[in-house]
Ligand binder design. Structure first.
Ligand SMILES: *[C@@H]1O[C@H](CO)[C@@H](O)[C@H](O)[C@H]1NC(C)=O
Ligand SMILES: *[C@@H]1O[C@H](CO)[C@@H](O)[C@H](O)[C@H]1NC(C)=O
Ligand SMILES: *[C@@H]1O[C@H](CO)[C@@H](O)[C@H](O)[C@H]1NC(C)=O
Ligand SMILES: *[C@@H]1O[C@H](CO)[C@@H](O)[C@H](O)[C@H]1NC(C)=O
Ligand SMILES: *[C@@H]1O[C@H](CO)[C@@H](O)[C@H](O)[C@H]1NC(C)=O
Ligand SMILES: *[C@@H]1O[C@H](CO)[C@@H](O)[C@H](O)[C@H]1NC(C)=O
Ligand SMILES: *[C@@H]1O[C@H](CO)[C@@H](O)[C@H](O)[C@H]1NC(C)=O
Ligand SMILES: *[C@@H]1O[C@H](CO)[C@@H](O)[C@H](O)[C@H]1NC(C)=O
Ligand SMILES: *[C@@H]1O[C@H](CO)[C@@H](O)[C@H](O)[C@H]1NC(C)=O
Ligand SMILES: *[C@@H]1O[C@H](CO)[C@@H](O)[C@H](O)[C@H]1NC(C)=O
Length: 752
């Protein structure tokens, strides 16, 4: 995509050309937004600020419009450099500057579109909520689409004062926007979208006109709101994961667009403002770390002790994870144990329950049931397929197993004024909300009895009663890995297991602006204060909330320690006692689908051991990638660094061993790890390896003895593949102590 305007002088020349003056064709130079990495150590001391130096650099270019118009943002904290509107010849001039490190054209990104605290095991009286005082005093920075400040989820009841270390702002000059002790900051970063000509005019305030940012921030840290629901479904108290944490909104989206220069500016500001956690439910196409602005900005945030939590993406397929740099906590999505349903009782008294989110308590009684008299083509309910005089006022069975079709089918039923629909589907993506007629969605397989009855009873078939708006809990199996959740291996670096973890991301109830439609009833769009959204966008803020709780309990833990605690205590078994399954297939998943597993916040509070990583650990990891000096400087924001002689094995809490099927290449890979004791002084851990066919794990030593807290011990894991190994094999390395800490790491073997 390119959105451009032309230099005015060039434009007037162009008009001359149209008037027929035969001139040499001037080269038309488009202005585009570029992200420019600079080495700030080159700033002449005559410039007081980096911004004044950046402006002077722009003014010195040939044909500068005006540095005020060219410069979008100066970056100081998350990156060194600036973003600006430039022509290709100006870009070449900048490249000649000795301070220049790297430059690239701006890219577009996308958003990765309350019962969940209880599902995660959070309880008032004990565990992580109690120990952290609900995340009291922690500041979560949300990089998102804005926030609806009047939502009850952002009320300040019971909130502690704003921390004195907070340096952020509330951009409250327009649209009656108010912050308080819950919502302590709100700023807008949309200059990049404006420069691309894509803004929605309302978006000069931090207010959320999409719903995404209100939903994610109330999921992470919304206050208690009794009686929240979307049209009666999922009724209960809505509350965020860390209800006593503060929220700061950095709005980076306008009209649904996202660009790099804005996201980078928001992260730069969030670092400067003093957030403790950053949560991003958005992303860009995968690029190497030295060109990935989220990876670059996150590394500087991590250096300052800020935990960065990002969505893994909604691409669904293997090899599609986003935001997977090893200093980021990358989150996939799982289902909840809650389902929304409707029931139908047939004339023969058989009752069926199916999925439904129809937003009204309709009850359909004693109505003829229509099944196209067995004519397959009349039951498809594709647009125009039904005859109104045949189906008017009847309950219609739509027997179609095609994907994405239920919305079209419901529209067809509404067109011919059917009373209700029984839709059969093999598969449903984002739930069954937004259907334009009372409908119940059944898996094709369980529809056999209904079909049999309808065909058998022919013209006499009827529905005795259909009920809507039923919510049930304890659905099994749960959690499952959401169909849409992006799966590993990571396309950029398959040596690091991604996603790290999964968290609830399917039909999550949270706050939304009351101005956006979240349901349809007949021809009316319905709004609600709370709505069910799905996506890894919804799962990342759950983990950001848990990270805030952990930060409140363990303020001294590094971002890597917090992630390690989340990962090594995660659940890999569902509520039916088996390995987490995939929603699409119902078959057992692997760590490529769910990472270390599904978050278990209370266990994460007391993990026993942690795998810590300091700055030098990440530098060594980058050294091992073979980046050249320019690339290293772009990501490290420094001109000096040391690559350690001891190797580049990142102290990650999971393992991936990649082997070639080529028989002459090695079939053993050794990993060195260092664990830090964060449990009792005196602890003795035994290694227990669990493997599946095709691999073996040898640990040396097999016992780790600690005599004090924070003591470190190292060990070596040797992962071996046998000749007949499948493409993916996996196991676990668990360190188990006398106090029943289980420190679990997935070990994945890939045979390419
Ligand atoms: C709740 O937290 C307090 C203070 O941190 C602690 O003393 C108490 O033992 C905790 N209660 C439970 C049941 O965990
Ligand atoms: C804007 O917010 C600041 C605190 O961030 C507050 O002092 C000020 O009064 C607010 N202005 C308006 C117009 O509400
Ligand atoms: C019925 O549907 C099938 C499958 O879509 C199609 O092949 C066939 O031509 C249709 N028959 C009629 C009579 O429309
Ligand atoms: C619709 O059904 C009525 C009654 O069965 C029939 O008379 C009419 O021809 C049908 N219309 C079409 C377009 O098939
Ligand atoms: C629960 O597990 C049992 C035994 O593994 C299995 O037979 C059953 O199908 C599972 N139930 C669901 C709902 O997956
Ligand atoms: C994963 O994706 C990357 C780029 O998207 C591609 O280069 C690579 O071959 C893929 N790997 C596998 C195993 O499909
Ligand atoms: C490093 O690699 C980049 C490509 O990513 C290239 O443009 C640059 O010239 C290289 N720099 C050095 C110092 O080799
Ligand atoms: C690199 O190592 C040398 C020698 O140990 C040390 O003097 C220097 O400060 C280190 N540089 C950085 C950037 O860590
Ligand atoms: C197998 O490995 C050998 C030695 O490592 C190498 O020369 C050869 O090209 C490899 N073959 C394939 C198909 O990868
Ligand atoms: C890998 O580890 C195994 C078992 O600890 C050891 O025997 C072997 O020498 C190691 N190999 C390398 C290359 O370090």
């Amino acid at each position: 995509m390119s959105f451009c305007y032309y230099h005015l002088r060039v434009l007037s020349l162009l008009l001359f050309l149209f008037l027929g003056i035969n001139n040499a064709m001037p080269e038309l130079e488009e202005y585009k937004t570029y992200i420019v990495h600079m080495d700030h150590s080159h700033k002449p001391s005559s410039f007081l600020t980096h911004e004044s130096w950046h402006r002077a650099t722009l003014r010195a270019l040939s044909n500068p419009v005006d540095d005020k118009e060219m410069l979008l943002y100066s970056y100081n904290h998350a990156m060194q450099g600036f973003s600006a509107r430039l022509t290709p010849s100006q870009v070449s001039e900048i490249k000649k500057s000795p301070a220049h490190i790297a430059i690239h054209e701006e890219r577009f990104g996308r958003l990765f579109t309350t019962h969940s605290p209880q599902f995660l095991g959070l309880k008032h009286s004990s565990g992580l909520w109690n120990a952290s005082s609900y995340g009291e005093g922690v500041i979560i920075g949300m990089i998102d689409s804005g926030v609806w400040p009047e939502s009850e989820s952002f009320n300040e009841k019971g909130m502690p004062p704003i921390p004195t270390r907070w340096k952020g702002k509330c951009q409250n000059s327009t649209s009656h926007f108010r912050c308080n002790k819950k919502l302590i900051g709100a700023q807008v970063f949309i200059k990049g979208i404006q420069a691309a000509g894509k803004t929605d005019s309302r978006d000069d305030s931090p207010r959320d006109f999409l719903g995404h940012g209100t939903h994610t921030s109330s999921t992470a840290a919304g206050n208690h709101v009794p009686g929240a629901s979307q049209f009666g479904y999922a009724k209960g108290t809505a509350r965020g994961i860390a209800p006593r944490a503060h929220v700061a909104m950095y709005k980076v989206s306008s009209g649904g667009y996202i660009v790099e220069s804005d996201v980078l500016a928001a992260m730069d500001q969030a670092v400067a403002d003093g957030v403790d956690i950053m949560s991003l439910s958005l992303g860009f196409d995968q690029t190497p770390y030295f060109q990935d602005i989220i990876a670059i900005a996150s590394l500087s945030a991590i250096e300052k002790g800020i935990v960065v939590v990002c969505s893994a993406g909604n691409d669904g397929a293997p090899n599609t994870t986003h935001n997977a740099a090893p200093w980021i906590t990358t989150v996939g999505a799982g289902t909840l144990d809650r389902s929304f349903s409707a029931t139908v009782t047939l004339g023969n008294d058989l009752t069926f329950e199916g999925k439904s989110e129809f937003p009204d308590r309709v009850i359909v009684g004693d109505t003829p049931l229509y099944y196209g008299k067995g004519d397959f083509n009349k039951t498809i309910c594709s647009y125009g397929a039904l005859n109104e005089s045949e189906v008017f006022g009847k309950v219609v069975i739509c027997d179609n197993t095609n994907r994405f079709s239920i919305f079209e089918q419901a529209d067809e039923l509404a067109r011919v004024s059917a009373a209700a629909g029984i839709l059969m589907e093999a598969w449903t993506l984002y739930g069954v909300d937004g259907l334009s007629i009372p409908s119940l969605v059944l898996p094709t397989s369980s529809g056999a009895l209904i079909r049999k009855y309808a065909i058998g009873a022919a013209g006499e078939a009827k529905v005795k009663i259909m009920r809507f708006v039923l919510t049930s809990f304890g659905t099994k199996p749960a959690p499952q890995v959401a169909e849409f959740s992006s799966k590993g291996p990571d396309p950029l670096n398959p040596n690091i297991l991604k996603p790290d973890i999964i968290a609830p991301g399917v039909r999550v109830l949270a706050a939304v602006p009351p101005i956006i439609p979240v349901g349809i009833l007949g021809n009316h769009e319905l709004a609600s204060d709370y709505a069910l959204f799905s996506g890894t966008s919804m799962s990342a803020p759950h983990v950001a909330g848990v990270a805030a709780l952990l930060k409140a309990v363990h303020p001294e833990w590094s971002p890597a320690a917090i992630r390690s605690a989340l990962m090594t205590t995660a659940d890999t078994i569902d509520n039916n006692g088996t390995t987490l399954t995939n929603e699409l297939t119902n078959l057992p998943g692997t760590p490529l689908d769910f990472g270390a597993g599904h978050i278990n916040p209370n266990k994460a509070m007391n993990p026993g051991l942690i795998y810590d990583i300091d700055w030098q650990g990440y530098v060594d990891f980058l050294c091992g990638l073979g980046y050249n000096d320019t690339e290293m400087r772009a990501i490290l924001r420094q001109s000096q660094w040391n690559c350690s002689q001891e190797g580049t094995d990142l102290n990650y809490p999971s393992f991936v061993a990649i082997f070639s099927k080529n028989a002459s290449s090695p079939n053993v890979k050794n990993f060195t790890r260092v664990v830090t004791n964060v449990g009792d002084d005196q602890s003795v851990y035994q290694a227990i390896a669990k493997t599946t066919n095709g691999m073996s794990i040898i640990v040396e030593p097999t016992t780790l003895t600690f005599t004090s807290k924070y003591q470190k011990q190292s060990y070596v894991v040797s992962v071996q593949m046998d000749g007949k190994a499948p493409p993916v094999a996996y196991g676990y390395l668990n360190w188990v102590d006398q106090n029943s800490h289980i420190v679990a790491s997935p070990v994945v073997v890939l045979n390419f």
